[in-house]
Design a protein around this ligand. Structure first.
Ligand code: ATP
Ligand code: LTN
Length: 335
């Protein structure tokens, strides 16, 4: 197949650390489904990344199954894409070791996610937390992915993955594709509803800060009603109006309208009515995901069949590239 005929490859992953948030959905996953026709897509529940923070094994196993079901409920079709669980393909961790040997301690020390998580989990700053971005590079490079859809917070990790690929290629000869980030223009960093200077996160301690994509309508309405805004009255996108900016962004993503159109639509409205309209729009938007999730969780045999098939396809595909990296680096062949 010529280079022009080959579909470009997409890889992305999400950690099974709880129900996905509106931030995960807007910044990343809602884009994954529509990319399936144009690209060869590989999507993973990255359970190996998740153990960099200590977890209860029983809950973690359950969350991984739920995460996989959520992925499909968000529109990932396991026939069109490869949808699998990271730990089912050993090539990620294996390649990660090799890539770690072309990554500098100084580079990893500069990663802001490491600094944030190290501060948050000061009693468990383990080596996995430190080398987390190397495993992420391995996820991407072991499929020679061209494009990686992510939210804005992962920009630095993707930049590191690119540097690792370039360095490996320079040292050992052309092996890895240098991946590009795909970051949405609107919604790349959805903010917490309680502190709109911080990103909305799965692991926020304040339950009102985060919309989870399985929240029911009443919960969604209540959380938006309590969203922190400012002491003005005008609904417009402007510097210093982080809360309103965040709500306008969310409304725009949920309805497909531009932020400018949303400003016009709500001109003269009070914050209370605006928040209720955002809540309605988000609840309607997420409803099909909730319904599909419930259906899938009722059919565990189907889910298992999908992730088993996904693991086999992922393994086969990544083997070629992993074997090439081993050859280039000088490991003795045995196959
Ligand atoms: P945690 O809070 O457990 O660290 P997380 O919510 O950041 O997790 P991840 O699994 O690390 O979730 O991220 C999955 C994807 O969602 C990534 O591509 C990430 O960039 C994106 N993402 C996460 N939070 C947001 C957000 N607030 N706005 C936009 N995109 C986001
Ligand atoms: N580190 C990412 C999740 C992740 C990922 C990946 C994203 C792991 N491996 C590969 C894109 C490509 C996060 O925390 N959001």
């Amino acid at each position: 197949m010529s280079e022009a005929e080959r579909k470009k490859v997409i890889f992305s992953g999400i950690q099974p650390t709880g129900v996905f948030t509106l931030g995960n959905y807007v910044g990343a996953i809602r884009n994954w489904g529509p990319l399936q026709d144009e690209y060869d897509c590989i999507y993973s529940i990255v359970d190996e990344h998740a153990i960099t923070v200590r977890r209860d094994p029983v809950k973690f196993r359950q969350q991984t199954v739920e995460g996989y079901a959520l992925l499909l409920a968000c529109g990932i079709d396991p026939k069109k894409s490869i949808a699998f669980i990271q730990s089912h393909n050993p090539n990620h961790a294996q390649l990660s070791w090799i890539l770690g040997c072309v990554t500098q301690f100084g580079e990893l020390s500069r990663m802001t996610q490491f600094k944030d998580k190290a501060a948050k989990h000061a009693d468990d700053i383990n080596a996995g937390l430190f080398t987390y971005p190397v495993l992420m590079a391995a996820d991407i490079l072991t499929y020679n992915a061209d494009v990686v859809p992510i939210g804005d917070d992962q920009r630095q990790h993707l930049e590191l993955a690119r540097n690792i690929a370039v360095r490996f290629n320079q040292r050992y000869g052309e092996t890895f594709t240098v991946p590009e980030a795909y970051i949405p223009k609107v919604g790349a960093r959805i903010k917490s509803l309680q502190d709109p200077t911080k990103k909305m996160s799965k692991s926020d301690d304040n339950p009102n800060a985060t919309i989870f994509i399985l929240d029911d309508k009443d919960t969604i309405m209540r959380k938006f009603k309590r969203a922190v805004t400012d002491s003005e009255t005008e609904i417009r996108y402007a510097e210093g109006k982080d809360g309103i900016n965040n709500l306008l962004t969310i409304y725009s993503c949920a309805t497909g309208k531009t932020v400018q159109d949303a400003e016009k639509e709500f001109s003269g409205f009070g914050y209370g009515d605006f928040k209720a309209a955002v809540g309605e729009a988000v609840a309607d938007w997420l409803e099909p995901v909730r319904t599909e999730y419930a259906r899938l969780m009722d059919d565990k045999a189907y889910l298992k069949q999908c992730w088993t098939d996904g693991a086999q396809r992922a393994f086969r595909l990544s083997n070629k590239i992993y074997a090439k990296a081993c050859r280039k680096i000088g490991f003795v062949d045995y196959r």
